[in-house]
Ligand binder design. Structure first.
Ligand code: SAM
Ligand code: SF4
Length: 456
């Protein structure tokens, strides 16, 4: 979400004739779009702000430091950085705050006549999302559909940093996607802290009604063209039957489900305020797997999750419940997070009594289970001919992803004469999977198919 927000900040600054530079020493403005999910991200921001400030003092050149994102609203952060940061502003207010700041400091932008009030400025809760972003990747685009969170998981800073849930109208979302597709985009990644609790306005003939996430996906599916749809992050409590059916019956939605588990023990889940039990999560997983088996019996799908290790009070026995769920689900990938106390959250007041070392050991233990299931799942791909979307070229290999979002390294063969064909980056290509590793697949172009199967 922060990457997507940065794309909007970049386009706003360009509209104000403020140009980007690769040389930070030359920059007049340095904007930090911060993440505060874990202490590590926060510490990285402190380190970089310190370095930029030092550069500013030593060079005696004017350099304005602006901080936005997760940390902007935190009083302790503002106090700590008050001598280094010139402006703290919440992401939802950044247009208004930047304009006000530039007006008050016309010397920074060589004359206030340069500052323009954009036509698009709206004054609702998340006006910044209506800015047309400067997409950093022409083939794969993030499209935020909602922001904020109402769930208040006890460990998480998001509801404090981003506020309550607000959803964009479906009309605005569809318009953004149609424009992207017109410009050659191949993959749309729908974003939201809780993407599946989307509840946005939709104009139907003469009335406006609210539609849910499954209905939004159905509308996007109907947009003509060959493109992929994926989304993150979903909350298990909002993963409805209608949503499962929509995903499993879709041609465009990727066969990939990211469903954060967080913990496998019911007492820990309760302390986390997750609103489900391990049994309920597993039942949901079964429903998802059965729907794929029913509607896409020949397609491979992937399942990924987030797990926190070392939540306050998590005993070894409780931790092993996470291992137990992992073994039952057979995940393709897990994003592990060692519990990090976040100021202002409920869990911050709990005793962080699992040592750093123990957290590391628990993560290592779970990662060993993951390596096994990920490798076994990847074996099923060997010999398959699949469509991949090419993300990049590095040396003599291309790298892309399958429709189940598995990473694929593609070896070039004599069939693929690059000089004649040009770059394949951003194109759909059919490949034959030749090898399965733990974290990726390897492939080549099937002989004789190279010409036929490259879609523009
Ligand atoms: N909304 C999603 C959900 O319901 O799970 C997750 C979004 S959250 C921004 C991304 C991930 O960061 C979480 O799934 C969680 O595993 C991790 N996370 C959040 N707060 C954390 C904390 N205090 N310590 C460790 N990991 C944390
Ligand atoms: Fe954070 Fe996700 Fe829980 Fe919201 S649902 S509080 S974003 S972990």
């Amino acid at each position: 979400m922060n990457e997507s927000d940065s794309e909007r900040i970049a386009s706003f600054l360009e509209s104000q004739k403020i140009k980007p530079t690769k040389d930070i020493a030359k920059a007049n403005f340095v904007i930090f779009n911060t993440c505060g999910i874990r202490q590590m991200a926060e510490d990285r921001a402190y380190g970089q702000i310190h370095n930029i400030h030092k550069l500013k003092v030593e060079s005696r050149k004017s350099k304005t430091i602006i901080l936005t994102g997760c940390l902007a609203n935190r009083k302790d952060v503002q106090k700590r950085l008050k001598d280094k940061v010139d402006l703290f502003c919440e992401i939802k207010d950044f247009q208004k705050e930047f304009i006000h700041f530039f007006y008050c400091h016309p010397e920074l932008v060589s004359g206030s006549d340069k500052i323009k009030m954009p036509k698009q400025v709206r004054h609702d809760k998340f006006s910044y999302l209506c800015i047309t972003p400067q997409y950093s990747n022409p083939h794969t685009a993030y499209v935020p559909i909602m922001t904020g969170c109402n769930n208040f998981c006890s460990y998480c800073v998001v509801p404090y940093a981003r506020g309550r849930e607000v959803s964009r109208s479906s009309k605005e979302i569809i318009l953004e996607i149609k424009n992207l597709l017109k410009n050659g985009c191949k993959e749309i990644i729908l974003l939201g802290q809780n993407v599946n609790s989307y509840h946005g306005a939709c104009n139907m003939k003469h009335e406006t009604k609210k539609i849910n996430f499954a209905e939004l996906l159905q509308l996007i599916e109907k947009i003509p063209g060959h493109f992929w749809i994926s989304f993150m992050s979903s909350h298990p409590k909002d993963f409805s039957k209608e949503l499962i059916e929509t995903i499993a019956q879709s041609k465009k939605i990727c066969e990939h489900i990211h469903l954060p588990l967080q913990a496998g023990d019911n007492k820990i889940l309760l302390a986390m305020n997750r609103k489900y039990t391990a049994e309920k999560y597993l039942r949901l997983m079964e429903k998802i797997k059965s729907a794929f088996a029913k509607y896409k019996p020949d397609e491979l799908y992937s399942i990924t999750t987030d797990i926190i290790v070392g939540f306050p009070g998590e005993t070894k026995k409780q931790f092993l419940e996470s291992a137990c769920v992992m073994k039952k689900v057979d995940y393709d990938l897990v994003y592990f997070g060692q519990f990090s106390p976040r100021p202002g959250t409920v869990a911050y007041e709990m005793k962080d009594n699992v040592s750093k070392d123990e957290k590391k050991k628990r993560e290592f233990f779970l990662n060993e289970i993951l390596k096994k299931t990920a490798f076994e799942n990847n074996q099923k791909y060997i010999g398959k001919i699949l469509e991949v979307l090419i993300d990049k070229k590095d040396g003599s290999n291309y790298f892309g992803r399958t429709h189940s979002l598995k990473n694929v390294k593609i070896h070039l063969t004599p069939t693929l004469s690059l000089s004649r064909r040009g770059s394949l980056v951003g194109k759909f290509v059919k490949v034959k999977i030749t090898k399965a590793n733990i974290w990726n697949l390897e492939a080549c172009l099937p002989v004789g198919m190279a010409k036929l199967d490259i879609k523009p």
